[in-house]
Design a protein around this ligand. Structure first.
Ligand code: PMP
Length: 404
C-alpha cells in the first residue's frame, strides 16, 4: 500500500489553494506533477553542472555530458531496450512521432499503406498526414467497439501486402483503453509492417518492455511521468535507425560537414541535432529512480482502486455517461452528464477548485466516431486520494442541477 500522505508532501503544488479552495488536481493525463527530488535534480543541474554537452573538452562539459548520457543508460534499462544506442531523446512524444513519420516516411513508396486507429491522439495522426504531402501514402483507420476497445477483426482485415506502417497508442488518452500491443505487433509483423507505438499514456502507469511489446518504435514523454517538461524518448530498433535518414540537420548529428557533402553520426546522435534539453534529460533519470523506488505495481494498484471507486460513485449521478469501459483500463474517466456541455461542467468544477480537462483532448476523429464534440476528463496519479474523489463527486452532484 502506498503511503499517499507521505508522497503528497513531496509535491508542494498539491497544497495550493485556488479560488480559496484546496486544489484537487485531476488532469494527470495531460501532465502530472513533479516531486521535490526531481525538481532538485533540475536545480542541481543549473547550480552545479550547466555546460553544453558533447562538445567541450573541459571538466564541466564532460560532467554534463556524463549526466545526460547516464540517463540514456537509465532509460534503456527502464524500458528493457537491447542497446542504449536505440534510445533517442526528443522534446516529447509529439516530436518522437514526427521524427518517425518524417524519416521512416522517406523509405515509403507511393501507394504504401499506413494503418492507424480512430482513438489516436492528433500527435499520431497529423505527422502521417503531413507525409501525404510528400508521398502518396494511404491511411487506413481501425474503428472501436462501444466499450472503447479496438475492433481487432477490422484491424486484421486492414493489414495487407501494401501495409508498411502500423501505428497506434498503447493506452488511449480519452478512453483509457489498454491495447494488446504484442498481439497487434505480431500480426503487423507477420505482414512485414513496421510497428510504431505511442506510449505517452502507458508510461506513467504500466511497465514498459520494448522487447516484450514487439514494437519497432516506442515513444513517450517525461512530463506525464512526474518528470520535467521538454523531454521525450523515442526507442527505435537499430536496424531501422541505421536505415532511416536524419530528421533534422545541425550540430551533433554530423561526422563531417563540407559543401561538397556531409556525413552523419551513428544513431542515436544522428537524430539529435542541436543542443538537447540536457538539464531536464539529466533530471529524468531521477524521475525513473523515483517511480522504481515506489514501484509501478503499487502505483497501478492504487490508481485502479481510485478508478473503480470514482467510476462507481459517478454512476450514482443521473444521466452520467462514461466513454471507455474496457476492463483493465488506465485511470482516465471521460464523461458527460445529461445534456450539460463539457466546457460548462469543467468551468464549474474549476470554481470549486477541481482541475479537470474538457474538450476534444486532441482526439477529434475519436470524438466524431463517438458522435460528440468533447468530454470532461478526470484522471488519476499516484498522489490522488479517495478524499479527493469524494470532493470531486460532491462537486459533480452540486453542479448537476445547474446544468439542466
Ligand atoms: N499521444 C498521447 C496518447 C497523448 O496523450 C499525448 C499527450 N496528451 C501525446 C501523444 C503528445 O504528448 P506530448 O504533448 O508530450 O508530445
Amino acid at each position: 500500500m502506498l503511503d499517499v500522505e507521505a508522497l503528497r508532501r513531496e509535491y508542494p503544488i498539491l497544497s495550493r489553494e485556488v479560488y480559496g479552495r484546496q486544489l484537487v488536481y485531476l488532469d494527470n493525463t495531460a501532465t502530472s506533477q513533479t516531486p521535490r527530488c526531481v525538481v532538485e535534480a533540475v536545480t542541481r543541474m543549473y547550480y552545479e553542472h550547466k555546460a553544453n554537452v558533447h562538445r567541450g573538452v573541459f571538466f564541466l562539459s564532460q560532467e554534463a555530458t556524463d549526466l545526460m548520457e547516464r540517463t540514456r543508460d537509465r532509460v534503456a534499462r527502464y524500458i528493457n531496450a537491447p542497446s542504449r544506442d536505440e534510445v533517442i531523446f526528443t522534446r516529447g512524444t509529439t516530436e518522437a512521432l514526427n521524427l518517425v513519420a518524417s524519416s521512416m516516411g522517406q523509405l515509403l513508396d507511393d501507394g504504401d499503406e499506413i494503418v492507424l486507429t480512430v482513438m489516436e491522439h492528433h500527435a499520431n495522426i497529423v505527422p502521417w498526414q503531413l507525409l501525404q504531402s510528400r508521398k502518396r501514402v494511404i491511411i487506413k483507420v481501425v474503428p472501436i467497439h462501444a466499450d472503447g476497445s479496438l475492433d481487432l477483426e477490422v484491424y486484421k482485415s486492414l493489414i495487407g501486402e501494401r501495409t508498411r506502417i502500423v501505428s497506434f497508442c498503447h493506452v488511449s488518452n480519452v478512453l483509457g483503453t489498454v491495447n494488446p500491443v504484442r498481439e497487434m505487433a505480431d500480426y503487423a509483423h507477420s505482414h512485414g509492417a513496421v510497428v510504431v507505438v505511442d506510449g505517452a499514456q502507458a508510461s506513467p502507469h504500466l511497465p514498459i518492455d520494448v522487447q516484450a511489446s514487439g514494437a519497432d518504435f516506442y515513444a513517450f514523454s517525461s512530463h506525464k511521468m512526474y518528470g520535467p517538461a521538454g523531454v521525450g524518448v523515442l526507442y527505435g530498433k537499430r536496424e531501422w535507425l541505421e536505415r532511416m535518414p536524419p530528421y533534422q540537420g545541425g550540430g551533433e548529428m554530423i561526422k563531417h560537414v563540407s559543401f561538397e557533402g556531409t556525413t552523419f553520426e551513428q544513431p542515436p546522435l544522428k537524430f539529435e541535432a542541436g543542443t538537447p534539453d540536457f538539464v531536464d534529460i539529466a533530471a529524468f533519470s531521477t524521475c525513473l529512480d523515483y517511480i522504481d523506488g515506489i514501484g509501478l505495481r503499487e502505483i497501478e494498484t492504487h490508481e485502479e482502486e481510485l478508478l473503480k471507486y470514482a467510476t462507481d460513485r459517478m454512476m450514482e449521478i443521473e444521466g452520467m455517461r462514461i466513454f471507455g469501459t474496457t476492463p483493465g483500463k488506465a485511470p482516465v474517466i471521460s464523461f458527460l452528464m445529461g445534456n450539460a456541455h463539457h466546457y460548462d461542467t469543467g468551468m464549474l468544477l474549476d470554481k470549486l477548485g477541481i482541475a479537470v480537462r474538457t474538450g476534444h483532448h486532441c482526439a477529434q476523429p475519436l470524438m466524431q466516431a463517438l458522435g460528440i464534440e468533447g468530454t470532461v476528463r478526470a484522471s488519476f496519479a499516484l498522489y490522488n486520494t479517495r478524499e479527493e474523489v469524494d470532493t470531486f463527486i460532491a462537486a459533480l452532484k452540486r453542479i448537476r442541477p445547474m446544468l439542466d
